[in-house]
Design a protein around this ligand. Structure first.
Ligand code: ADP
Ligand code: MG
Length: 238
């Protein structure tokens, strides 16, 4: 398996009060699976993503990604581990505004010292072609539409050829046809063998993944695969 969470608890401390956000999550995701995580706003989806991507740490419990126990990674190695292992895509793209699309895609390769200098440029161009953005490669993000920026962000997520792609509501700010195009890129990545975890509010997309995990108040309250999906997912969405 590629991702495993064992009894993961996450609490936030506010004014001396402990607020539980993840209440003992047990979850395994196999290599190459295309999994969606659904649940109402505030149910803990982004916090769960933070645990898998090492953007934050559990209060207790263990997370293993691609064979590595995350709590055993040295603090000064965390960012490079993340850069090589997980491609992350956010709802609002989070491209660097002062860098061109091409430079944005090259950044993770520079940071993780992956590929030679010449290969980095070739690889960035290849990835931008894959997401149909090569003709915009020398533009700053602000000059592109939301869908184009998101395709750029996916190319950036793929820069180091990570085994795992995690996207947090990547179609949440896109119109329907643009969202469909972006979703199809994740479908394609899944077909190519990547493990893809998609947090989504969109049931039409959730039912097209291999498996949906339903989160409510920091707990997994249900799961459905392509064969038995139905109202349980619809009910869990806003
Ligand atoms: P979702 O992504 O499903 O909308 P989140 O994981 O963002 O939910 O948040 C789950 C809960 O945790 C919410 O009640 C939110 O207010 C709380 N929360 C998230 N991050 C923090 C934080 N840094 N400090 C305190 N509470 C937080
Ligand atoms: Mg969220």
């Amino acid at each position: 398996m590629t991702i495993s969470l064992d009894n993961v608890v996450k609490n936030y401390q506010l004014d001396d009060v402990t607020h539980p956000v993840l209440n003992g999550i047990n979850l395994t995701i196999a290599k190459g699976e295309f999994v969606s995580i659904v649940g109402k706003s505030g149910s803990g989806k982004s916090t769960l993503l933070n645990m898998i991507t090492l953007l934050d740490k559990p209060s207790s419990g263990e997370v293993i990604v691609a064979g590595t126990k995350l709590n055993e990674i040295n603090k000064n190695k965390e960012a490079r581990w993340r850069g090589r292992t997980i491609g992350i895509v956010f709802q609002f793209f989070q491209l660097m505004p002062t860098l061109t699309i091409m430079e944005n895609v090259m950044l993770p390769m520079d940071f993780c010292r992956m590929y030679s200098l010449r290969e980095r440029k070739e690889r960035a161009a290849y990835l931008l072609e894959q997401v149909d953005l090569i003709h915009h490669s020398n533009k700053l993000p602000a000059f592109l539409s939301g869908g184009e920026q998101q395709r750029g962000a996916i190319a950036r997520a793929m820069a180091n050829d990570p085994p795992v792609i995690i996207a947090d509501e990547p179609t949440g700010s896109l119109d329907t046809s643009t969202a469909e195009k972006v979703f199809q890129i994740f479908e394609q990545l899944s077909k190519e063998g990547k493990t893809v975890v998609l947090i989504t509010h969109d049931q039409d997309f959730a039912v097209r993944t291999n498996r949906s995990i339903i989160l409510s108040d920091g707990k997994i309250i249900g799961e459905s695969n392509r064969l038995n999906q139905g109202e349980s997912i619809i009910d869990s969405l806003e």
